[in-house]
Write a protein that binds this ligand. Structure first.
Ligand SMILES: C[S@@+](CC[C@H](N)C(=O)[O-])C[C@H]1O[C@@H](n2cnc3c(N)ncnc32)[C@H](O)[C@@H]1O
Length: 271
């Protein structure tokens, strides 16, 4: 079918992406300086165990939790969860059980290890998986809420990824994501995600702009560029990102998007 991604290409891309993020997460864990930058220069109000690897301050996480409206007994899926900080923060606040999924085995192992830091041992589990390719690890309609923090723009096929989210969400429940629209150094952010979500079967799509979150990102980048990286790979990575991103930020829209799963859950829902 023409709307199915080429499986060979997708698998190769997924393996490369996993290798890249494995290296990034290994470096991040070895760098107390970068973790401290995210804590002190991005949002000191977040509990230290969150150890952000995204640009979501505490008010972003609160808005995500509010939109998801999950509670004890519910299952929350955090797609592209990375080391799990935002998802575990939301799970702890709401009482929901957490299933995190990420393409990077290193990130998944780190998240699993960190669950105890949140008091979530036994209530949070993490699995290796890629956008649009979760059929073998996530059952249809298993999730009472799905979140995706600063990651959907990495999906090789955003529509296929959104259809997969619709597949795993119970009808009427919420998908909450943060991302950007506008230019980006490599692949480019999606020009317009709301239409993609509607095409995937979502309803009540709401797009909120939060430029104040990106003011914190700007401050973090500026602080990072003032440091001497030495052999700190994570800091060197962050500085490279900062040099590319700072000139582009004025043209990027910082977004929180929420959408409700309709009763019709996209054309691939029967897979
Ligand atoms: C900026 S990080 C955000 C991680 C996490 N959501 C957080 O807020 O800490 C982007 C994440 O997307 C994941 N990712 C990239 N491409 C992916 C794919 N095709 N499928 C699943 N995860 C992917 C990376 O491994 C990484 O963990």
């Amino acid at each position: 079918m023409s709307d199915q991604p080429d499986q060979t290409t997708t698998t190769a891309t997924t393996a490369t992406t996993a290798d890249v993020f494995d290296a990034v997460f290994s470096a991040y864990e070895r760098s107390p300086r970068v973790r401290e930058l995210f804590r002190a220069d991005f949002d000191p109000s977040l509990p230290p165990e969150v150890e952000l690897f995204s640009f979501t301050p505490s008010d972003a996480l609160r808005l995500i939790a509010l939109a998801l409206d999950v509670a004890a007994g519910d299952t929350l899926v955090d797609l592209a969860c990375g080391r799990g900080g935002p998802g575990m923060w939301v799970a702890r606040e709401t009482g929901a059980r957490l299933v995190g999924v990420d393409v990077s085995p290193v990130a998944v192992a780190q998240a699993q290890r960190r669950a105890a830091d949140f008091g979530l041992s036994g209530r949070a589990e993490f699995r290796v998986g890629a956008f649009a390719e979760t059929a073998e690890i996530l059952r249809p309609a298993m999730a009472d809420g799905v979140m995706c923090v600063d990651a959907l723009h990495f999906a090789p096929d955003p529509l296929a990824a959104a259809r997969d989210v619709a597949r795993i969400l119970r009808p009427g429940r919420t998908f909450a994501l943060t991302t950007w629209e506008g230019p980006r150094n490599d692949a480019g952010y999606p020009a317009e995600l709301a239409g993609t979500l509607v095409a995937a079967g979502f309803v009540d799509v709401n797009v909120e702009e939060h430029p104040e979150w990106d003011e914190r990102r700007r401050a973090l980048y500026v602080a990072a560029l003032e440091l001497e990286p030495g052999d700190d790979t994570a800091l060197a990575n962050l500085q490279r990102e900062a040099s590319v991103a700072l000139p582009q930020m004025a043209e990027q829209r910082r977004l929180l998007i929420t959408a409700r799963s309709g009763s019709r859950t996209g054309r691939n829902s029967a897979r």
